[in-house]
Design a protein around this ligand. Structure first.
Ligand code: PLP
Length: 418
């Protein structure tokens, strides 16, 4: 960590809480000051002190094609010339909606919003409006953004900061959020049994990626599909991370399961603030102005963000070998950790090494991890020119820009760091 990042961080702290606009960026869990970023290109990110790092954060997922991917940059530059926002419909919104629906052909309609938080918050409102029920089930350690009702035993930054429930959320706001354990069918069955006819929806990260990567046990997602169907509840896949990453069709394609609603974020916006929720017409027609579930946004469907999303999705759709390449790259990283005796979970291009003994298949396994060991590993990786998420409870994201040279250097860094 050089002088300039340190100076910028000190200055930022005088005007921004903790110096950052999203908590994990502060590097608190790894006991180091954050890098301040100057620019990024391809698989590399450059800090204000002239440091160059192989980047496995990839803006926490969106940059699946690498940073500053030229077709996206060119299209965004051209779109800017036409004005940044109109607050009125454009043809491009329909183009993006159709590109999204090609990923999930069993869905009919899309609503564009600005963040994953908004997509999930809105999807849940729609599920409640559609089913006319109030309660939802979420899983411990899953993260669905920072709306009030979902900040309950949440993953990601909340888990990193050992504060899985946020202050400032009135009890009443979370009274209808019921908690189950990921990969534990009995915990879900018990909640359905105790709340008959009252569950609007089950929301799940089909692959948990906000407590480190924890894949679904065989049959778990099928079980969720069946129990929701049997109880007249909706199944919502939160694919803000897995969407357009595990496959063009995300986790629903990867696992061959059709939920009732899906939320997308990150990749769908090509690096711009854009997210979406989708469902069948029957469900989506409860949304205003057709139906009475209200959801709106000044910048929703913003032409610049939509342009970035279109270009990124087009690139992914037109070269599906991308998924084979990033999967293969990630499998080699997985092998490198495994060779050193580190527990590692991987699904496609998402992976997490865990500093613990034995397998990690549940939230309680995750909690047993040695976060001090993780922090030491993180600092060494950084010293070896590799930038991974500054938390045990996040995923590593592989992009199509990662090269053989990156792979060789990363494996070397892993060996030096563990
Ligand atoms: N859902 C999941 C699965 C996420 O991983 C995230 C963010 O990381 C969100 C929702 C919230 O998205 P955003 O940060 O864009 O509000």
């Amino acid at each position: 960590m050089g002088n300039k990042s340190e100076t910028l961080f000190d200055d930022a702290k005088t005007v921004i809480p903790g110096g950052v606009n999203s908590p994990v960026r502060a590097f608190r869990a790894v006991d180091r000051n954050p890098l301040f970023i100057n620019h990024a290109k391809g698989s590399h990110i450059f800090d204000e002190d002239g440091g160059e790092y192989i980047d496995y954060v990839c803006s926490w997922g969106p940059m699946i094609l690498g940073h500053a991917y030229q077709p996206v940059i060119d299209a965004v530059k051209a779109a800017c010339e036409n004005g940044l926002s109109y607050g009125a419909p454009t043809e491009k919104e329909t183009v993006l909606a159709k590109l999204i629906l090609e990923a999930v052909p069993f869905m009919d309609k899309v609503r564009l919003v600005n963040s994953g938080t908004e997509a999930v918050m809105s999807a849940i409102r729609v599920a409640r409006g559609y089913t006319k029920r109030d309660k939802i089930i979420k899983f411990r350690g899953n993260y669905h953004g920072h709306s009030d009702g979902l900040l309950v035993t949440a993953g990601s930054g909340l888990l990193t900061e050992s504060n899985p429930d946020s202050a400032g959320v009135p009890k009443g706001y979370t009274a209808t959020t019921l908690l189950a354990d990921y990969n534990d069918k009995a915990s879900v069955e018990a909640l359905f049994e105790a709340n008959k006819g009252q569950i609007a929806a089950v929301i799940v990260e089909p692959v948990s990626a906000n407590m480190g990567v924890v894949p679904p046990n065989e049959g778990f997602l099928e079980f969720l599909r069946q129990i929701t169907k049997d109880n007249g509840s909706l199944l919502i896949f939160d694919e803000v991370i897995t969407g357009f990453r595990l496959a063009y069709g995300g986790a629903s394609e990867y696992y061959g399961i059709q939920p009732d609603m899906i939320t997308f974020g990150k990749i769908v916006g090509g690096g711009m603030p854009l997210a979406a929720y989708v469902a069948t017409s029957e469900i989506m027609d409860v949304v205003a102005p057709v139906g009475s579930v209200y959801q709106a946004g000044t910048l929703s469907g913003n032409p610049i963000a939509v342009t970035a999303g279109i270009e990124q999705l087009k690139a992914l759709k037109n070269d599906k070998d991308i998924y084979i390449r990033i999967d293969e790259f990630a499998s080699k990283l997985e092998a490198a950790y495994r060779e050193l005796g580190v527990t590692v979970n991987r699904v496609g291009s998402l992976l997490s090494p865990f500093f613990t003994d034995g397998e990690v298949t549940s939230y309680s396994d995750v909690l047993k991890c040695d976060t001090k060991k993780f922090a030491a590993y993180f600092r060494k990786m950084l010293d070896n020119g590799v930038y991974v998420a500054p938390s045990q409870f996040e995923a590593m994201f592989v992009s199509d820009a990662h090269s053989q040279d990156d792979l060789d250097k990363t494996i070397k860094a892993i060996k030096n760091s563990i």
